[in-house]
Design a protein around this ligand. Structure first.
Ligand code: SF4
Length: 288
């Protein structure tokens, strides 16, 4: 169900230094996510989202953002895509992400976008302008197998569409790469999957791949995920229960071997395992 809401504030200050993308602010224009990935962490009880299938649209988001941006003294990186995908299907008609990017560009802030959608290519023109400060687009890819994507990430464009979008961004000079996580134990933790992702990434112009061979599982998310495992992968839930119990961090059993293999492949393909982030003080990029 789609619902409309209003908000008083939009830019959330990132309290701890963000070691992944160097974010200073997070921004969510929607609540809930139409991509409905079966493993999504946003279903965890701690986020208190009543029904993750409901999509809440913040109708006054752009006005609030236009008011907040000029008042921020720290022009650090604004991150899209932490609790929902900024390019989920509804964005096609509502265009909140597009309008937010236009406001951000006018106020000269750097941006990092995390998405699973090819719709991001619609906004190439504004991203190119933001790139004069800093713009990076990371695609989450957990499997290169489109059929498996349809099971795990039923509302999102399949991996081959994401790679095609990445190629388009790269062709237009936008800095882009991959977030290779989560990697689901007993489902996606194969050398073939890692090889297919790294090779497709290299072919599509990815500059970086950030891996985590594992997943996190919390209360609320666990119940939904396990029910989906029973439905789609009979027999796998039992393996999770046996190996991980109530654990939060669930690394794949062959993590060490996969990291080694991943390192070799990245070296061969000239892909780095670090993203260049925006450096606020010197206003230059740095590697962390
Ligand atoms: S795209 Fe991200 S936020 Fe949306 S359902 Fe999938 S994991 Fe969750």
């Amino acid at each position: 169900m789609i619902k409309e809401i209003t908000t008083k504030t939009l830019l959330n200050h990132v309290k701890q230094p963000d070691t992944w993308f160097g974010l200073r602010y997070n921004l969510n224009l929607y609540r809930g996510c139409q991509h409905q990935c079966i493993y999504c962490d946003s279903r965890s009880d701690c986020y208190r989202i009543e029904n993750f299938a409901d999509i809440l649209v913040k109708t006054n988001a752009i006005e609030v953002l236009q008011d907040e941006l000029p008042r921020k003294r720290n022009k650090g990186t604004i991150g899209f895509g932490s609790m929902n995908d900024p390019y989920m299907p509804i964005e096609k008609e509502r265009e909140l992400t597009k309008k937010a990017l236009e406001a951000i560009q006018k106020n000269r802030f750097p941006v990092h976008i995390l998405t699973k959608s090819a719709l991001v290519t619609r906004d190439i023109d504004v991203l190119k302008k933001i790139a004069e400060q800093y713009a990076a687009v990371s695609f989450t890819v957990t499997t290169a197998d489109d059929d498996l994507c349809k099971k795990l990430e039923p509302g999102a464009p399949v991996a081959s569409e994401r790679f095609a979008a990445m190629k388009e961004l790269h062709k237009n000079g936008i800095y882009t790469g991959i977030l290779l996580m989560p990697v689901l134990p007993f489902i996606e933790d194969t050398r073939d999957n890692v090889k297919a992702i790294v090779e497709a990434a290299a072919e599509s112009g990815a500059s970086y791949i950030l891996p985590w061979f594992g997943m996190s599982i919390r209360s609320g998310q666990r119940e939904y995920f396990y029910a989906k495992l029973d439905e789609l992968f009979p027999g796998i839930r039992e393996k999770y229960e046996l190996r991980f119990g109530e654990q939060y961090q669930c690394d794949v059993p062959n993590a060490k071997e996969l990291y080694q293999y991943f390192d070799e492949l990245c070296k061969k393909c000239g892909i780095t395992k670090k993203i260049e982030v925006y450096e606020e003080k010197s206003e230059q990029r740095k590697l962390f």
